[in-house]
Structure formats: structure tokens, C-alpha cells
Design a protein around this ligand. Structure first.
Ligand SMILES: CC(C)(COP(=O)(O)OP(=O)(O)OC[C@H]1O[C@@H](n2cnc3c(N)ncnc32)[C@H](O)[C@@H]1OP(=O)(O)O)[C@@H](O)C(=O)NCCC(=O)NCCS
Length: 99
């Protein structure tokens, strides 16, 4: 699965946000994620006026970070302690791809 939304604000409606990217563990490493991301980007690009795609990813999701970079995303920054799972905090990277 992969999902995206288009911002609707007057000053931000040139931005698409990607989220909910997931491939079941039994089928990882087979290229499914790459194809899902390519397809999402190709659909996003078709919308008039869209200038960039943005997403957030847990710094520990190395496979996802690598895949995003290969697809042309660039890391713009790191947000500290953005997630808390049990007693453990996780940092998030913010990435974007310009069209
Ligand atoms: C991220 C995810 C969607 C990738 O799906 P996938 O179908 O396994 O991806 P692909 O098979 O297309 O792999 C593409 C690239 O991902 C990276 N990758 C895949 N598995 C990896 C691993 N175990 N370690 C490091 N990088 C890895 C590689 O760059 C790979 O390219 P390569 O095969 O040329 O080396 C999948 O790992 C997943 O569901 N992870 C858990 C959820 C998650 O992290 N979602 C993203 C949240 S923002």
C-alpha cells in the first residue's frame, strides 16, 4: 500500500504528501515498493500545479530511506523525538522531491 494527499491550503496546494507506505514482510526486496512509489509519483505528477512531494520517515527505517533517496527524494532535516512507542522515542527525517 501507499497513499498520498494533496494539500488544499491556498498557499500550500502545490504540495503532495506521501504516507502509509508498506509492503508485507513476506514480499519485501522483490521490487514491489519501488514500483508502488514510482506509480504514486507518476500519478502525483499528473495533477496540475504540483511542485513537490513531501514525506516523513522514521530514521530507523533504513530500507525506506534508501528507497526514497533512489527515487530522487532529498533529506531536508531531522525532527527529534517525533514518535513514542512504549517508552522509546524515534526521530523522523523529512524528505522532499521536486518535480
Ligand atoms: C520500505 C518498504 C515499503 C520497501 O518495500 P520493498 O518492496 O521491500 O522495496 P523494494 O524491493 O522495491 O526495494 C527497493 C530498495 O529499498 C532498499 N531496501 C530494501 N530492503 C532493504 C534492506 N533490508 N536494507 C536496506 N535497504 C533496503 C534498497 O535501496 C532497495 O533497492 P535495491 O534492491 O536496488 O538495493 C518496505 O521495506 C516496508 O514496508 N517497510 C516497513 C514500513 C516502512 O518502513 N514504510 C515506510 C514508512 S515512511
Amino acid at each position: 500500500m501507499i497513499a498520498y494527499v494533496f494539500d488544499t491550503g491556498l498557499k500550500t496546494r502545490h504540495i503532495a504528501e506521501i504516507y502509509g507506505f508498506y509492503v508485507s514482510a513476506a514480499h519485501r526486496g522483490e521490487g514491489v515498493g519501488t514500483r508502488l512509489l514510482e506509480q504514486a509519483l507518476s500519478l502525483i505528477r499528473k495533477k496540475k500545479g504540483i511542485v513537490k512531494a513531501r514525506l516523513y520517515v522514521n530514521t530507523e527505517q533504513r530500507a525506506a530511506v534508501n528507497l526514497y533517496k533512489k527515487a530522487g527524494f532529498v533529506v531536508r532535516g531531522k525532527i527529534k523525538k517525533e514518535l513514542k512507542v512504549g517508552r522509546r522515542f524515534f526521530d523522523m527525517l523529512i524528505l522532499e522531491k521536486m518535480f
